[in-house]
Design a protein around this ligand. Structure first.
Ligand SMILES: Cc1cc2nc3c(=O)[nH]c(=O)nc-3n(C[C@H](O)[C@H](O)[C@H](O)COP(=O)(O)OP(=O)(O)OC[C@H]3O[C@@H](n4cnc5c(N)ncnc54)[C@H](O)[C@@H]3O)c2cc1C
Length: 293
């Protein structure tokens, strides 16, 4: 351990109101800590710049999943285990349930939260491509009130977000309109558990009954750009067409042209581009061979 606990202060108000009041007193002075699975890695390495931590772990207001007729609101403090065990998440948001199932090992899933995965703002975070294709919106809360922002606008650059210094992510809202879509997701890493993604993809689509063409398509990828991204050019290319070999070849090229992968300790830009193309092709093959909606 390269940090000395005596250098740090940790407080744990037991209500959401208590936390946002503290954040408002000195915006930016307190770092929220939920499960701590990212924060404590920095701490252990002696690289945690924040010295004052406010625990939001297990706050009841952040731990609920509210199921409404048109959408579900997942509390930002829900753990991966909570997500894996939730019937509606498993049934209607399988991309998120799958991401939860391969985010670290079981111990990590019992502590790590969806809000923490968003707040940590890593381009390799496994749940974020799913949030992009599901058109997630975030409820942000402070003593000034609540505001709702589309998740696609939240990550503005590498490790940068639109979260104000006095705000918390309260909940993640997902519209309940994709349950009938064909879904596809894959993580490619050194191994399944306890490995950060080299590339991860989440995708949804439907096939038109009249002619077997692709009528809806949504594809997002992580670890291929400074933030998780929708592959909008590739989506545009394949919309309204049948998933035939010539289209798949073109789609691979389009994927390579619209991502911006880098070389780092986990992988190379070349490998990431090849794998991203393979995964999108695998999705399109699955979609093309599915039953029309
Ligand atoms: C062994 C191990 C394996 C891992 N494997 C994976 C993996 O496979 N895939 C993956 O994506 N990640 C992985 N991670 C990273 C981590 O587990 C996830 O990012 C997790 O979701 C973080 O959640 P947390 O609650 O622990 O966040 P914390 O560490 O508590 O916080 C992380 C950041 O988010 C902020 N934050 C937390 N909650 C909120 C909130 N409600 N509002 C605003 N800001 C907030 C904190 O201030 C901090 O900046 C792994 C980590 C470890 C230690």
């Amino acid at each position: 351990m390269r940090s000395d606990p005596a250098d740090y202060q940790l407080v744990a108000p037991n209500t959401l109101q208590g936390v946002v009041s503290l954040l408002a007193e000195e915006p930016g002075a307190w770092l929220p800590i939920a499960g701590g699975t990212d924060v404590m890695v920095q701490y252990a390495a002696g690289k945690l710049p924040a010295r004052r931590l406010v625990s939001i772990w297990n706050l009841p207001e952040l731990r609920q999943v509210e199921v409404l007729p048109g959408e579900i609101h997942i509390g930002a403090g829900c753990t991966y285990t909570d997500l894996r065990n939730h019937v509606i998440v498993a049934r209607e948001f399988s991309l998120l349930a799958s991401a939860a199932s391969w985010t670290g090992g079981i111990a990590n899933q019992n502590r790590g939260t969806l809000g923490g995965n968003i707040g940590n703002a890593s381009p390799a975070a496994d749940s974020l491509p799913a949030l992009l294709v599901y058109d997630a919106e975030l409820i942000l809360v402070s003593i000034r009130g609540e505001r709702r922002v589309p998740y696609r606008d939240f990550h503005t650059g590498y490790k940068k977000t639109r979260l104000a210094a006095d705000e918390l992510i309260q909940a993640i809202c997902l519209p309940r309109q994709f349950a009938e879509y064909v879904s596809y997701t894959r993580k490619v890493g050194a191994r399944n558990a306890q490995a950060i993604s080299k590339v991860c993809v989440a995708a949804l689509g439907t096939i038109r009954a009249a002619d077997g063409a692709i009528e809806n398509v949504r594809v997002a990828a992580g670890s291929v750009a400074p933030v998780p991204i929708r592959l909008v050019e590739t989506e545009r290319l394949v919309m309204g067409k049948r998933a035939e070999p010539s289209l798949l070849a073109l789609a691979r090229k389009t994927v390579a042209a619209e991502i911006k992968p880098i070389d780092d300790i986990r992988s190379s830009a070349k490998y990431r581009a090849a794998v991203a193309g393979n995964l999108v092709q695998e999705f399109l093959l699955k979609l093309g061979s599915s039953k029309p909606s």
